[in-house]
Design a protein around this ligand. Structure first.
Ligand code: AHG
Ligand code: MN
Ligand code: MN
Length: 337
């Protein structure tokens, strides 16, 4: 007999029935984001045939050159989400200000944040990329919505997820009750539950960091990596392997699948910046997912999910993954202080 397949819709309805976690508006939101990711996935797959590769010759608010797909993915997510009545506003890595739902549509109570296309440097070389999203609830009863409504610590997230466009397209989701993974069945056009209760092993022999920045790192990070590199003869007494995909989505996906630690720490290249990655669109959603899978996430000194954001596009130093390694990194920072 064929194995019974659980769709994303069924998963969400059962989460609501059993745990009361997903009110109808939130379910609609998740399904709409999932549908938008399906569209992005189709575009990604077409590549040169769909004229989606290459640069858009424009700069975003972070001062980074935008790729065509950064803009396409951003538009797909906005168009899909603006009319359903589930959102008050959206914020994106690719937009300077927030996008308030136009008043021709009903306003909902949720706020959606996204990195529409993560790993942009991989687009043109046919390597895995992704979409990351985070959902907050608008607090307070005041009419209207402003940027300050978004400035909530990551612990307040109702939902976080990402979609990885790799050899398979997969949607990874937490509604605060563990982590589930869905694989896109292209023939059926549906998301099928393929992993539930994902757990990151507490120990690992694998780290992910851009080693080309080694000379710029702070001493605690340098110490951690030096000790890994010393292998079996060093203080760790074991050999380590290294991976760096340059798509946070793909690196985190590997860590959720087989453990590891991912770092994009502060470094001396631009010392006034707290890090490269963005708190609201990358670090918070990924930290929520990683913690829900039994891992940990820190900026070296504080748990990422407890950080109080001060601006929409703020950056943060990120170390996440296998719990014991993240704890070790925190200890090295505390010792250095
Ligand atoms: P984005 O494409 O959204 O700007 O994010 C890229 C991020 C992240 O996905 C990845 O881990 C990191 O930048 C790669 O940076 P380097 O090119 O400096 O290694
Ligand atoms: Mn990104
Ligand atoms: Mn991006």
């Amino acid at each position: 007999m064929a194995k019974k397949r659980i769709s994303l819709t069924q998963y969400l309805i059962e989460q609501q029935r059993q745990h009361g976690r997903i009110p109808a508006q939130l379910r609609l939101l998740i399904e709409v984001v999932a549908r938008a990711c399906k569209r992005i996935s189709i575009g990604v797959n077409k590549g040169a045939l769909g004229d989606v590769l290459g640069s858009a010759e424009t700069e975003n608010v972070q001062g980074e050159m935008q790729k065509k797909l950064d803009i396409i993915a951003n538009e797909v997510l906005i168009e899909a989400n603006e009319w359903g009545g589930h959102l008050a506003a959206m914020a994106s890595e690719e937009m300077e200000g927030i996008y308030v739902v136009p008043n021709r549509f009903p306003q909902g109570e949720y706020l959606l944040l996204f990195d529409p296309l993560d790993g942009s440097s991989n687009i043109d070389v046919n390597v895995s990329i992704g979409t990351i999203f985070s959902v907050l609830k608008k607090t307070g009863n005041d009419e209207g919505v402003s940027e300050s409504d978004f400035l909530q610590p990551g612990l307040q997230q109702a939902v976080a997820g990402y979609c990885v466009y790799g050899p398979q397209t997969m949607l990874v989701l937490t509604v605060g009750n563990g982590v589930a993974m869905f694989t896109l069945d292209r023939e059926e056009g549906s998301w099928v539950l393929t992993h539930d209760g994902v757990q990151i092993p507490a120990d690992t022999r694998e780290f992910a960091i851009n080693m080309s920045n080694l000379r710029h790192w702070a001493p605690p990070v340098r110490r951690y990596i030096d000790e890994c590199l010393a292998g079996r003869d060093g203080p760790r007494g074991k050999d380590f392997n290294m991976r760096w995909i340059a798509s946070m989505v793909a690196d985190v996906h590997r860590i959720l699948t087989r453990g590891g630690v991912f770092m994009y720490p502060w470094d001396r290249r631009e010392p006034q910046k707290a890090g490269k990655l963005r708190l609201m669109y990358e670090a918070n959603p990924m930290s929520f997912i990683v913690e829900q899978a039994g891992g940990a996430a820190t900026n070296g000194r504080q748990r990422i999910l407890e950080l109080q954001p001060t601006t929409l596009h703020e950056r943060v130093s990120v170390m996440l993954g296998s719990k014991n390694e993240v704890q070790r990194l925190s200890a090295y920072h505390a010792e250095a202080d």
